[in-house]
Design a protein around this ligand. Structure first.
Ligand SMILES: CC(C)(COP(=O)(O)OP(=O)(O)OC[C@H]1O[C@@H](n2cnc3c(N)ncnc32)[C@H](O)[C@@H]1OP(=O)(O)O)[C@@H](O)C(=O)NCCC(=O)NCCS
Length: 176
């Protein structure tokens, strides 16, 4: 499928999405990618902190995936520890296995990166896939994310990658 033909929009996640998000959390591919996080949708979708966007991706009106964008400097739990101002961090997943590998994640990620860099003060984006999630790492590398360090977050052995604004601007045209 041509990516430009894929009609995916990102919209704000709502309390009405809780059931679906809980269902997606139980899917094997998402447990593999994120075995230890508790997303607490019932609480979190009722809050709107200024350091976070929680977005549902819809394909022709059908929810297919989720994206979270945070400002890691302002994020309350300081998950990222010492981090510079003017960064963003992204989490992304496709809800159901049948929707994986069809190019949807690529469109979602492009849109999320554009949202981040539409704020002119944002210099770079961070991601922290599990080191064993080599397919996701390959996915991120296609957008220009570059390896920073191995890092343990709680029980998770992660690989931190970072995408510079300048790198995205040079790579973007080749992706679309
Ligand atoms: C990572 C993910 C968002 C990519 O979205 P997608 O729509 O499947 O990806 P696309 O079809 O646009 O691109 C295909 C690429 O995605 C990656 N990918 C495919 N299946 C994957 C899977 N089950 N898990 C992780 N990455 C996968 C691969 O890099 C693939 O390229 P390849 O075919 O050359 O191996 C999606 O696969 C997913 O939600 N995976 C499970 C959760 C996850 O790993 N999230 C990231 C956590 S850091």
């Amino acid at each position: 499928m041509k990516r430009s033909a894929v009609d995916i929009i990102l919209r704000k996640a709502q309390p009405e999405d809780i059931e679906l998000l809980n269902y997606w959390d139980q899917q094997e591919h998402n447990i593999f990618a994120d075995p230890n996080d508790k997303w607490d949708w019932e609480i979190e979708l009722g809050r709107n902190p200024d350091w976070r966007m929680q977005l549902m991706a819809e394909l022709n009106g059908r929810p297919i995936g989720f994206i979270q964008i945070i400002d890691p400097y302002k994020e309350e739990s300081h998950y990222w520890g010492e981090v510079e101002k003017n960064f963003r961090a992204i989490d992304i997943w496709i809800g159901e296995a049948k929707d994986i590998g069809k190019g949807y994640g690529t469109v979602m990620m492009q849109k999320a990166i554009d949202i981040c860099f539409s704020n002119k003060t944002v210099e770079a984006i961070l991601i922290d896939p599990l080191t064993i999630n080599t397919r996701a790492i390959r996915f991120y590398q296609r957008f220009g994310f570059e390896f920073v360090e191995y890092r343990k977050f709680g029980d998770d052995e992660c690989s931190v990658y970072r995408l510079e604004r300048s790198k995205w601007e040079s790579i973007k045209a080749f992706l679309i």
